[in-house]
Design a protein around this ligand. Structure first.
Ligand SMILES: Cc1cc2nc3c(=O)[nH]c(=O)nc-3n(C[C@H](O)[C@H](O)[C@H](O)COP(=O)(O)OP(=O)(O)OC[C@H]3O[C@@H](n4cnc5c(N)ncnc54)[C@H](O)[C@@H]3O)c2cc1C
Ligand SMILES: NC(=O)c1ccc[n+]([C@@H]2O[C@H](COP(=O)([O-])OP(=O)(O)OC[C@H]3O[C@@H](n4cnc5c(N)ncnc54)[C@H](OP(=O)(O)O)[C@@H]3O)[C@@H](O)[C@H]2O)c1
Length: 270
C-alpha cells in the first residue's frame, strides 16, 4: 500500500511549509508508529513544542498537529503517531517509508515548555497514549536537568505493546550521550498499563493517590505546588480530570506569557 503515498506528485514548499524527507520509520504495533525526518537548517523550536505535519491532499496539503519527540538540539526531527484506521492523515502517514516526502510547518508552538513553568524542584510529565511524545523531547534536553533536580515521565496506556520507548526510558536514557549522566540520578519513568496485567495498572490519578509516583523520587510523597511542576499531555478526559485534581491541590495553570505551576496540551482533538 505504500504506493498510495509515493505515487503522489512531489510536494512543493510554501511560505508556511517546508518539504522534508523521511529518514526512518518504526512500527510499535498496529496502531502506533514513530518516524524521523530531515530538519531544515532554519527550523528552530523549544523542546516540548508541536508543529503542523502532513502529506499532499486533493486540493491542499492535509496537515495535522504533531508534537516533536526529539529535543531542540537534535539533527533530525522525530515524531510518535497513532494510526487511526479511517483517519484522513494517519491511514496514509502510517505507510510512509524512508525516502518519502512530508510537509513540515515552519512555525512550531506550544505550552509544554520549561518557559511556561515557574522554577521548581521536581518536574512530573504525565501522559496517556501519544501524549508521551513531547515528554520524550523535554526529557532528552540537557537544559531541563539544569532547571529541575528530578524529572519524571509517567506513561499510561491500555496495553503493554502501547508502551512505546519503554526500553530507553527504563534504562534512564543511558544511550543518550547528552543527558545520560544527569538522567542516571535525576530521571525516573513510571509506566502503567490499565487494561492488561502489568506491574503497575492504575490510572495516573490513582498512582498519585497511592504514592506510586513518588516511589523512585526523592522528596515528599505527595504533590506540592511550592516545589513540584507538572506537564499534562494526552486525552481530553485525562487532562480535564487531572487538571481539576491539581487545581484542588492549589496548582495554578501556566502559559508562555504567564508561567505557572502546571501546563497542559491535548494530544488530539475529539
Ligand atoms: C497540539 C496537538 C498535538 C498533537 N500531537 C500528536 C502526536 O504527537 N502524535 C499523534 O499521533 N497525534 C497527535 N495529535 C493528533 C493529530 O493532530 C491527528 O489528530 C492524528 O494524527 C490523527 O489524524 P487523522 O487525520 O488520521 O485523524 P483525525 O481526523 O485527526 O482524528 C480522528 C479521531 O482519531 C482520534 N485520535 C486522533 N489522534 C489521536 C491520538 N494521537 N491518540 C488517540 N486518538 C487519536 C480522535 O478520536 C479523533 O477524533 C496532536 C493534536 C494536537 C491538537
Ligand atoms: N490503545 C488501543 O489499544 C486502541 C486500539 C484501537 C483504537 N483505539 C482508539 O484510539 C483512541 C485513543 O486510544 P488510547 O489508548 O491512545 O487512549 P485512551 O483511551 O485515552 O487510553 C490511554 C490511557 O489513558 C487512560 N485514561 C483514559 N481516560 C482517563 C482519565 N480520565 N483519567 C486518567 N487516565 C485516563 C486509560 O485508562 P483506562 O484504560 O482505564 O481507560 C489508558 O491507560 C480511542 O478512541 C480508541 O478507541 C485504541
Amino acid at each position: 500500500m505504500s504506493d498510495v503515498v509515493t505515487s503522489l506528485p512531489g510536494l512543493e514548499p510554501t511560505s508556511a511549509l517546508s518539504v522534508e524527507t523521511v529518514l526512518s520509520v518504526r512500527m510499535w504495533n498496529e496502531h502506533l508508529f514513530s518516524f524521523t525526518i530531515t530538519r531544515p537548517a532554519s527550523f528552530r523550536f523549544r523542546s516540548g513544542e508541536f508543529v503542523m505535519l502532513g502529506l499532499a491532499g486533493e486540493q491542499r496539503p492535509l496537515l495535522r498537529a504533531y508534537s516533536i519527540a526529539s529535543p531542540a538540539y537534535a539533527e533530525e526531527l522525530e515524531f510518535l503517531s497513532i494510526r487511526v484506521p479511517d483517519g484522513p492523515l494517519t491511514s496514509r502517514l502510517s505507510q510512509i517509508q524512508p525516502g518519502d516526502q512530508v510537509y513540515l510547518g515552519r512555525k512550531p508552538t506550544g505550552t509544554l515548555v520549561a518557559d511556561a513553568l515557574l522554577p521548581g524542584k521536581r518536574l512530573f510529565m504525565l501522559s496517556t497514549g501519544t501524549g508521551l511524545a513531547p515528554f520524550l523531547s523535554v526529557a532528552r534536553d540537557p537544559e531541563i536537568y539544569d532547571r529541575f533536580d528530578q524529572i519524571q515521565i509517567v506513561h499510561s496506556v491500555r496495553r503493554v505493546v502501547d508502551l512505546a520507548y519503554r526500553e530507553p526510558l527504563e534504562a534512564k536514557l543511558a544511550d543518550d550521550p547528552l543527558v545520560d549522566e544527569q538522567a542516571a540520578t535525576a530521571f525516573s519513568y513510571v509506566p502503567t498499563v490499565t487494561r492488561e496485567p502489568f506491574h503497575t495498572t492504575g490510572r495516573i490519578d490513582a498512582l498519585i493517590d497511592d504514592g506510586t509516583l513518588f516511589k523512585d523520587m526523592p522528596g515528599e510523597k505527595h504533590l506540592d505546588p511550592e516545589t513540584d511542576r507538572i506537564m499534562l499531555c494526552g486525552s481530553m478526559a485525562m487532562i480535564k480530570d487531572l487538571a481539576a485534581k491539581l487545581e484542588t491541590m492549589g496548582f495554578v495553570e501556566g502559559s508562555n506569557s504567564h508561567p505557572g505551576q502546571y501546563v497542559i496540551e491535548r494530544a488530539f482533538v475529539g
